[in-house]
Design a protein around this ligand. Structure first.
Ligand SMILES: NC(=O)c1ccc[n+]([C@@H]2O[C@H](COP(=O)([O-])OP(=O)(O)OC[C@H]3O[C@@H](n4cnc5c(N)ncnc54)[C@H](O)[C@@H]3O)[C@@H](O)[C@H]2O)c1
Length: 262
């Protein structure tokens, strides 16, 4: 095999992806399957996750399974990991991708909404990772990647519930990296604005806001789910076997908005 291809050969690996019926998760599943991995996709939307898994299996020939689990329910996550191991016998990599947030004015939130966001965006990743760890530790170059967000690394008062939860997720991932090396690597993809169809509009954006966002990005466009999936693949691959505890910024240069010449 060409050495370049060997770095990105996922045959024999089993990758578990949360939020996998959504835009970024489903594209990540497709890319890992194209590279030879067997993929376990999980989502709260059972019908969609099973349909996505079946389609990817048909397209790629890799074995894929769709499993319903509510990421905010710890018992579901424990059972999810048991089902993946029962099916494939191991877990080589985990993509902690599930998450969601909506625009909220800084002083417009409350305890319930803050806690709900933390449960979905942060504690879910804690629990699924905890249940995967005994299996990950047995695998060579085992790796966990997280869907972070730009709002988790910059002040984001208009997304107070979500940005606080994502900031917690990022710090937690770094702590896991320090505690788990050299057996398991942990890295965060810090995601900028990505086109995920209707979900963006449901989060409170309107087309005028989205145009403003695109105009302010150095690359002059919002990201695609494939842009982010490429980052997951890189961080999971043998090419990244010395990388742990980092934030990989995937934002088209959006972080540097204020530095652009006018
Ligand atoms: N799209 C963006 O611009 C953007 C930007 C920064 C970060 N992110 C992060 O990337 C990740 C993926 O985002 P996306 O754009 O693909 O979103 P998406 O809305 O397309 O997909 C999210 C998926 O999560 C599932 N989900 C929601 N609640 C769940 C629960 N309780 N249990 C299990 N599954 C549940 C949904 O059914 C959906 O399929 C998220 O963590 C998001 O916060 C996205």
């Amino acid at each position: 095999m060409n050495p370049a291809n060997e770095l990105y050969d996922f045959s024999g690996k089993v990758i578990l992806i949360t939020g996998a019926a959504g835009a970024i998760g489903s594209e990540a599943a497709r890319q890992f399957a194209m590279l030879g991995a067997n993929v376990a996709l999980t989502d709260i939307n059972e019908e969609k996750v099973k349909a996505v898994a079946a389609k990817i299996q048909q397209e790629t020939g890799s074995e894929c399974i769709g499993i319903k689990a509510d990421a905010t329910n710890e018992a579901d996550l424990k059972s999810l990991v048991e089902q993946v191991v029962a099916k494939f016998g191991k877990i080589s990599g985990l993509v902690n991708n599930v998450g969601w947030g909506k625009a909220t004015p800084l002083w417009g939130s409350d305890t319930e909404a803050m806690v709900a966001s933390y449960k979905l965006n942060t504690i879910s990743a804690y629990n699924v990772t905890k249940y995967c760890m005994p299996y990950l530790r047995k695998e060579p170059n085992a790796s966990v990647v997280f869907s972070g967000s730009m709002v988790g690394v910059t002040p984001s008062p208009e997304f107070i519930e979500y940005s606080t939860a994502k900031a917690g997720l990022i710090n937690m991932a770094h702590s896991m990296a320090v505690a788990s090396g050299p057996e398991v690597r942990f890295n965060v993809v810090v995601i900028g604005s990505v086109d995920n169809g209707d979900a963006t509009l449901e989060a409170g954006y309107d087309p005028a806001m989205l145009k403003k966002i695109s105009d302010a990005i150095v690359m002059k466009r919002r990201g695609t789910p494939a842009d982010i999936a490429h980052a997951f693949v890189f961080l999971m691959s043998n090419a990244a076997s010395w990388i742990t505890g980092i934030n990989l910024m995937m934002d088209g240069g959006g972080m540097y908005e204020s530095k652009m010449p006018s």
